[in-house]
Design a protein around this ligand. Structure first.
Ligand SMILES: *Cc1c(COP(=O)(O)O)cnc(C)c1O
Length: 232
């Protein structure tokens, strides 16, 4: 008898599905799919799974912990120098040097102390990753990010006073709310500050984010499958 249990899709198949969904959302929004970068969020996933995604053509990855990224990516990069790595989680000032050496994009610049520590470390020379300012669009106390009403001033501090290479904005809207207004708010904030990159949208809402102008969508579970609950 043939086994009729459904076979879990492979990472390559899931990636294919996500790419197709991005293409459809882009077309619906009259945008070109190439203007949207897919960041595969590999936190909690093993090096083997990341290698599988790479083999299926994925090049951009995101991690939310410096320590975990430092444990996984140097080995992966040894054979795959075209990997690009984004930091998506909170950055402690004592890990700034390590983060600058490891990540190509730091998406979570969210407070003055961190901005100053980044500028201080950059002044010593060395790698200079692109940076995004994280905005706490829902003003949630448990979430990182600069408050919406302080965002313009914080962007000016980072970019104009400290000279950080700020390319855009990032947000994680409240989990239980309709995300579109938050994405629209972030897009308007980026527009009026002349910032081209908008990192917004995750597995559950990336099509809506693309509709609102996302240039980077951060997709984890739709590519790698469910994570253990404790690590989310
Ligand atoms: C985990 C994480 C994601 C991906 O979430 P999924 O729902 O698994 O797609 C995106 N952005 C950030 C900041 C994350 O921490």
């Amino acid at each position: 008898m043939p086994d009729s249990r459904p076979v879990a899709p492979s990472i390559a198949q899931r990636l294919e599905t996500v790419r197709a969904r991005i293409a459809t959302a882009a077309a619906d929004a009259d945008r070109v799919a190439e203007s949207i970068a897919l960041v595969a969020v590999s936190k909690t996933n093993a090096v083997e799974s990341i290698a599988e995604a790479y083999a299926a053509g994925q090049r951009v990855f995101g991690e939310n912990r410096v320590q975990e990224a430092a444990a996984k990516f140097p080995a992966l990069r040894a054979d795959r120098p075209d990997i690009t790595l984004h930091l998506l989680g909170p950055l402690q000032t004592n890990k700034v040097r390590q983060a600058l050496a490891l990540f190509d994009v730091i998406e979570t610049v969210d407070r003055e102390k961190l901005a100053r520590a980044l500028a201080q470390e950059l002044s010593r020379g060395g790698p200079k990753p692109d940076m995004l300012v994280q905005v706490n669009v829902g003003r949630e106390p448990q979430k990182a990010g600069v408050a919406p009403e302080q965002a313009d001033a914080f962007i000016a501090l980072c970019r104009d006073e400290l000279g950080l290479p700020v390319r855009g904005l990032m947000c994680i809207p409240p989990a239980d709310a309709e995300p579109a207004p938050y994405f629209a708010f972030l897009a308007e904030l980026a527009r009026r500050n002349g910032l081209p990159w908008l990192s917004m949208g995750m597995s559950g809402d990336f099509e809506i984010a693309i509709q609102q102008g996302a240039t980077h969508v951060r997709v984890g579970t739709a590519i790698f499958g469910d994570r253990p609950p404790i690590s989310q």
